[in-house]
Design a protein. Structure first.
Length: 346
């Protein structure tokens, strides 16, 4: 394999589209249960939480997560930025403040020039600086495909911790970023993405989910997560399963990237989208008006996607204000939770 100036040509997948399909991952995890769970472990592998949380005293708990993937764009600096933003997002999604990070670096040393690898790590460091943290170490290996990401460590007051299993019936469901990043990445790889679409893709995937910290201070915010590789439908189903509730959302209220809509109608989407939908379709009810292209958007893997918030109706206005003021203009209520199970899309 030779490097032709395009990082994406060196990988079979990119971004959060690299994730193992939900059904397969579930089967894998069933074979390795945690047998001893100390009371200090406030969040672990149950319900696919965004990060592990370990309480160290009455007012402090350590939050730890890791995320890494193969290139979603060809620009090495932007690839580093996207991967770092995506990894740190899991800290914000727990309502925690990031403390520091460790780098995960796997590169085909005999294929990629060293200056390209340096640009990847520089991109990651630039995002960490924006988050107010440093990369304090890490690990690197020689791999067949380029891989980059972070171990991110944060801290949170256990009383402010936000998990993905505490939604309540009647809660409003709010998303902070529009859907469609995975579709844009598929278009990029097939040379169908416009210059403006590329700019939007970079902007959304490098926008840190910092509002998670402020949202954690609101008592009316009951559950929080971020939308990544399993798409809006997959991560919303995690909230449903954890709370034993049904989510009902309205398609017309879901913010979507305009170019992604045009592309998906033309048949441009990722293989991960189809795998996602196949893995959880039996838990989803859709009206006859929902077309296949809309299903592909609902299951579209969002690399460094937005926050997904479950909050009391009376807190909805404040949640939206926090998100809008922080530079998330597309933040919007898309539905609510009610008794039942699964996801209903109307």
């Amino acid at each position: 394999m030779t490097y032709n100036g395009k990082l994406t040509s060196l990988s079979h997948g990119g971004g959060c589209g690299c994730k193992i399909a939900p059904a397969i991952l579930s089967d894998i995890l069933k074979s390795t249960p945690i047998r001893i769970i100390p009371p200090e472990l406030l969040a672990g592998t149950e319900n696919n939480e965004d990060a592990a949380v370990y309480q160290i005293n009455e007012n402090q708990a350590i939050v730890a997560t890791t995320d890494f993937f193969m290139p979603i764009v060809d620009d090495p600096y932007e690839f580093g930025r996207i991967a770092a933003t995506n990894a740190i997002s899991d800290i914000y999604a727990m309502g925690a403040k990031p403390l520091f990070a460790l780098a995960i670096l796997g590169m085909p040393i005999n294929t990629l020039p060293l200056d390209v690898i340096q640009k990847i790590t520089m991109g990651g460091e630039s995002v960490c600086a924006e988050a107010g943290i440093m990369i304090a170490g890490g690990h690197s290996i020689d791999t067949v495909e380029p891989i980059y990401g972070l171990v991110a460590i944060g801290i949170v007051d256990p009383k402010r911790l936000k998990r993905n299993n505490a939604a309540k019936a009647g809660d409003s469901i709010i998303v902070s970023k529009p859907l469609g990043v995975g579709i844009l990445s598929a278009a990029l790889k097939s040379d169908k993405l416009s210059d403006n679409g590329y700019k939007q893709m970079i902007a959304y995937t490098t926008q840190l989910n910092k509002p998670g910290i402020e949202l954690s201070q609101l008592g009316g915010v009951h559950a929080l997560t971020d939308i990544t590789g399993f798409g809006l439908a997959g991560h919303l189903l995690e909230l449903c399963r954890g709370a034993k509730l049904q989510a009902q959302i309205e398609w017309s209220h879901i913010p979507v990237i305009e170019e992604a809509v045009r592309l998906v109608k033309e048949g441009v989407y990722t293989g991960a989208s189809a795998r996602n939908w196949s893995g959880y379709a039996e838990e989803i009810q859709t009206s006859e008006a929902i077309a296949d292209w809309q299903k592909n958007l609902l299951s579209d893997p969002q690399t460094s996607g937005g926050l997904l918030v479950s909050c009391a109706p009376e807190e909805e206005r404040q949640v939206l204000k926090i998100l809008h003021d922080a530079g998330f203009p597309h933040a919007q209520k898309i539905g609510s939770f009610r008794p039942g199970q699964g996801l209903s899309v109307i």
